[in-house]
Each structure stands twice: as structure tokens, then as C-alpha cells.
Design a protein around this ligand. Sequence first.
Ligand SMILES: C[S@@+](CC[C@H](N)C(=O)[O-])C[C@H]1O[C@@H](n2cnc3c(N)ncnc32)[C@H](O)[C@@H]1O
Length: 239
Amino acid sequence: MLSTLEKVRLAYWKLRVRWHLQRNDAHGALARAWQYASATQLSGDYYEFGVYRGDSLASAWLAYRHSRRFFARTDLPFEQIGGVTEFVLNSPTFYGFDTFAGMPDNHEGQDSLASGTFFAPMEVTEARCSAVGLKAPDLRLVKGLFADNADAIGDRPAAIVHLDCDLYASSRDALNLIHPHLVQGTVVLCDDYDLFLADNAKGQRRALREFSEATGITFETWFAYGAASRAFLCHVPSV
Ligand SMILES: C[S@@+](CC[C@H](N)C(=O)[O-])C[C@H]1O[C@@H](n2cnc3c(N)ncnc32)[C@H](O)[C@@H]1O
């Protein structure tokens, strides 16, 4: 199902994954996010809202695998006990939510985001993930509108949440779904943070602001990357 060119590209990513950390793009952000999860032993799953053909999902998996290599060493400068053991034993599930029918109906005013754009059947995404070794049960692709799939959310904390769904309404729905699984320190990658000319009243900026106002969960800017993307660390008020 994958073209030769796609296979070569994925093989190249696999080979180059250790250099992804140096990149100022989504690959770099995902590599950095998994390094952070390892450094802080943040156990939890990976959630991507807006998967399309699975490029960033595949990259997230490669970055995760690379980040865990450190813990496989026999000369660790600390013992594998307590939190470290828990972290090592709890491997994350990679969730990918998408309509797999393209962007939903919307009136958010950008032609490139019109209904039906970014169409990719789920089988294409599955094949792309499989090519880098990401398969069920580590992979769970969930088809349909985010808002209709609350039941598909797992029961563990979210270590990394990747919002790559462009629209205000979609980002709002994704945040509402993942809300109970955000913990102190969860990484939130907003691929489209500065879309809509960085207008605070639109897109992901609006969704994050409204979510914070409603829940008390705040997002501390960690770093900016790519053309319009930003990484955040969650602060969840203690109860
Ligand atoms: C820019 S693409 C994602 C790109 C992808 N992460 C990659 O690596 O290529 C945006 C995706 O979000 C999905 N999407 C947007 N809003 C959605 C919603 N409310 N429910 C489900 N999927 C949605 C679209 O179907 C589309 O595939």
C-alpha cells in the first residue's frame, strides 16, 4: 500500500531518529517531548488528535523507542526501583483520533481547512505506522469525530497530547475528551497554535484559553517550533 518513495522516507526517519532532537519541527518536538517524559519518568499514553496519513504518529513512535534505549542499559547511574521501574514497565499506548474522512464541516474561514481536506483512509495510516513497527495493541486508531469518541479514551494519564486538528471546534472537543487524563507535567503539543494569524479569538489559541478558564488547568509555554506550533507543559491544580 505504501509507495517505494514512502518506504524509503520512513526507513530514513528510522535511521535518523537520534538526530530528530536537533530539529525545530514536529519531529524535533516529539523527540524532545519523549526525552522529557524519560527524564521526568512521566508514565502515560500518547494521544494524537488529527492523524491524517500518520506521519507524526509514526515519528512519535520512533522518538519514543529511541528515548527508552537509555533505560535498557546495564550501567545506569541509578537503580531500577520504584518510580523508575513503574515507568519502564508501563509502555504507552499510541492513540490516533481522526475522522479518516478529512476535515469535518466547519465555518472557520480557511479554504485549506475546508470540509473533506486532508482525506486519508485509515488503512493508509495503519500501513504507514506498521512500516515503522507501530501496530496494535500499541496502536489504537479511533475513527470518527473526536466528540463522538469519548468512550475510546484509555484509563491512564496522558503523557503527551498532540493537537494537530487545526480548527477551534476540533481542538476544543479534543481537550474536553482528554481533560480527565491531563496530569501535572503532561506535554501538550499544539501544531496549529499560530494559525489564523495568531488571533487569540480563533483556532487553538481560543480553545486553550477557554479550556483554561473553564477548568483551571494552565498551559505553560515550553518552546515554539515549526512554522506555527508551540509546546506546553500542563499545570493541573491540586485538589
Ligand atoms: C493537518 S491534518 C493532521 C496531520 C497529521 N498529524 C500528520 O502528521 O500529517 C488534520 C487532521 O485532523 C482531522 N480532524 C480535524 N478535526 C477533526 C475532528 N473534529 N474529529 C476528527 N478528526 C478531525 C482531519 O481529518 C485531518 O486528518
